[in-house]
Design a binder for this molecule. Structure first.
Ligand code: ZN
Length: 151
């Protein structure tokens, strides 16, 4: 497994784990539930190996990655009743290939606009550990099933 020292996503240090909760592996990716659940179901999905641009990933693996992304997006839509999924790849400073999958809702923050990457403190929705666990199990089960992985 290709890892890069100092990479936020390769190392997954304590700071990482305080905002991104490891949820499951899919075929070539790992999925995290974002601590901020202002928009219910918001997740981050990373390609497991260290690549910095989509075009650097060998095509067969990139295709697997896109299938993982689609399975996760469909799962979030079904589980949370999202009206649309937004997909974001930025990574100026955190270069490891990862997407934020941000479900959007007609009656919630940011509808009709780019989703708010870092909502204000007053808008943050922080759940109990039990609620996070339930949400993570629900997503993991459905997403892995869609990818033909054991649940
Ligand atoms: Zn990395």
């Amino acid at each position: 497994m290709e890892r890069k020292p100092g990479c936020f996503y390769c190392e997954q240090d304590e700071q990482f784990q305080s905002v991104l909760f490891r949820l499951c592996d899919l075929k070539v990716s790992t999925v995290f539930l974002c601590r901020d659940q202002t928009l219910p179901g918001r997740c981050t999905i990373m390609f497991r190996e260290h690549y910095e641009e989509l075009y650097d990933i060998p095509k067969d693996l990139r295709d697997d990655f896109m299938d993982d992304v689609c399975a996760l997006a469909q799962t979030i839509t079904e589980v949370f009743g999202a009206d649309k999924i937004n997909y974001a790849i930025y990574g100026d400073e955190v270069r490891h290939v990862h997407l934020t999958l941000c479900p959007k809702y007609k009656d919630k923050l940011g509808w009709g606009k780019p989703f708010v990457l870092f909502p204000e403190e007053k808008d943050l929705v922080i759940l109990s550990q039990k609620e996070y666990n339930e949400r993570m199990e629900q997503i993991a089960r459905a997403a892995r099933q869609k990818r033909g992985l054991s649940v």
